[in-house]
Design a binder for this molecule. Structure first.
Ligand SMILES: [Fe+2]
Length: 484
């Protein structure tokens, strides 16, 4: 029985339901992800799996040269893509991290943490086998500023026993009149192969948990399709990489418990610095976007959103891949990363905001500095028109700060005699850091650290509210702080 009329399931029924022929499973090896939370709504995601964990003890992939990878990709040589990376006589199911999906049904039960007895229970619904055995619920009519608990159940089919269940929770933002402290964490750039805890995942996750943030933002490059072990040049291999990463224990327990906003960047879609027309192997750029936007992460019709978190904070999540044109175009007023509609929305919503502090969260830098040879983000020379347009607007605002991912070093940039500040959160592990020299400390740098970690942002809702930007190492230790 659905008690809540506001509930809307946005997944589709699976077309073919091949139920497993045993009494075990399906399971939730990939946990729960949530996204797009605002005062009254959130999107929940889950996936049914054949086993209760990924096959982490599987066989390692073979590394091939980048040249070989490029030629396989260019020729869309499917046989070669598999044969060169998987040892002879083995198949994908033997490989490290294999986490196959399973048909079955899921049911959601959710409740205000302060009133667990009054739970809302949804109808059972089949996961969508055409979307990698995932299902999403969009919950509406929720209460602002409240914490919700949830439990999701799995069963192989109608009439059969529950095979697995999983707990989760999330916090919703308060309305704009509510003055209260808010803390959030920002992460960028990590992948399965460069995790710093071989058993469990990335250390930043338990480190962030200790800070008990209200919410969390991943700015993208969550996984790297164009890095080896394996190079993911087919849809099946892309899904393989997503499912392997999200079966890691640290990732799973963090995402199950925190309100999250998942952004994406080039490597999530396919190839480095990707743009329309830049396909990767057999996966078109557009298909790469779709797998991220509609299948592997909580979905939303628009890829950008602004969310007020109480009286003193409003954040803007902007999209950097879906609306851009080709990177190689000559710079000019029409060359864009954000696209016209998103830019206008940004100007309008910032103009209308009365929040004490405004934080623009972007998957890649706007101020930089970045390396001279790059031509992919607003801080690069090839985007000087759009950079100037957006910065001219930001210069006219009060207390608007830029937070970004993408670059694999932590930094604070401030342009003297302006109100322009940019906080680069850096890569999610020390082994992932690089791309800039520690000794290359420029005049605009207020802080520079070529190591992994994350950024936390804390708003203190006192009579004279403050906002603090703190860089942390992977263990959570403070390495820099800036307070306004
Ligand atoms: Fe990256």
């Amino acid at each position: 029985m659905i008690k809540n009329l506001f509930l809307l399931g946005i997944g589709f029924f699976s077309i073919s339901c091949q139920f497993p022929n045993n009494n075990k499973g399906p399971y939730f090896a990939n946990g729960i992800k949530n996204g797009w939370a605002d005062q009254n709504s959130i999107v929940l995601w889950t996936r049914l799996t054949q086993n209760n964990s990924a096959h982490f003890k599987g066989h390692p992939f073979i590394e091939i040269s980048r040249e070989k990878m490029k030629s396989l990709a260019l020729n869309q040589d499917v046989e070669g893509i598999y044969n060169t990376q998987i040892p002879k006589g083995l198949s994908l199911k033997n490989m490290e991290g294999y986490c196959p999906g399973a048909s079955g049904e899921v049911q959601l039960r959710y409740f205000l943490k302060e009133d667990p007895a009054d739970a809302i229970v949804t109808d059972w619904v089949a996961v969508d086998s055409s979307k990698d055995f995932t299902h999403q619920w969009k919950l509406n009519g929720l209460q602002a500023g409240k914490k919700y608990g949830l439990k999701i159940y799995a069963r192989p089919q109608k009439g059969r026993k529950i095979s697995d269940s999983i707990f989760g929770q999330f916090l919703l933002p308060a309305y704009k009149k509510t003055a209260k402290d808010v803390k959030f964490c920002v992460v960028s750039c990590h992948d399965y192969n460069r995790r710093d805890d071989k058993q469990s995942g990335h250390k930043i996750y338990p480190s962030m948990s200790k800070l008990k943030p209200d919410f969390y933002v991943h700015t993208g490059d969550i996984e790297y399709m164009d890095k080896p072990f394996p190079y993911a040049m087919t849809e099946e291999l892309m899904r393989f990489k997503w499912n392997r990463l999200f079966a890691l224990p640290f990732q799973r327990s963090f995402y199950n418990n925190y309100t999250s906003y998942f952004m994406k960047d080039d490597h999530d879609v396919g190839y480095d610095d990707s743009y329309p027309g830049k396909d990767y192997g057999t996966v078109s750029f557009e298909r790469g976007l779709q797998i991220f936007d509609e299948e592997q992460f909580p979905s939303n019709p628009k890829r950008y959103k602004t969310i007020r978190w109480g009286k003193d904070l409003q954040i803007w999540i902007v999209e950097g891949r879906n609306y851009r044109n080709q990177n190689y175009l000559e710079d000019g007023p029409d060359k864009t990363i954000w696209g016209k509609a998103q830019k206008q929305w940004f100007y309008d919503t910032v103009g209308a905001s009365e929040a004490t502090f405004k934080v623009l969260i972007t998957s890649s830098p706007i101020l930089g500095p970045d390396r001279k040879n790059k031509n992919d983000n607003l801080s690069n020379a090839g985007y000087s028109f759009e950079q100037a347009e957006i910065l001219n607007f930001i210069k006219k605002q009060k207390n608007l700060f830029i937070v970004n991912g993408d670059r694999h070093w932590q930094y604070v940039t401030h342009l003297k005699n302006t109100n322009l500040w940019e906080f680069g959160c850096g890569a999610g592990a020390d082994i992932h850091a690089g791309g800039w020299k520690q000794e290359d400390f420029r005049p605009e740098h207020q802080f520079l650290r070529v190591k992994g970690g994350f950024l936390s942002v804390s708003v203190n809702a006192t009579k004279e509210p403050t906002i603090k930007f703190t860089h942390h190492d992977v263990e959570g230790n403070v390495v820099n702080e800036v307070v306004f």
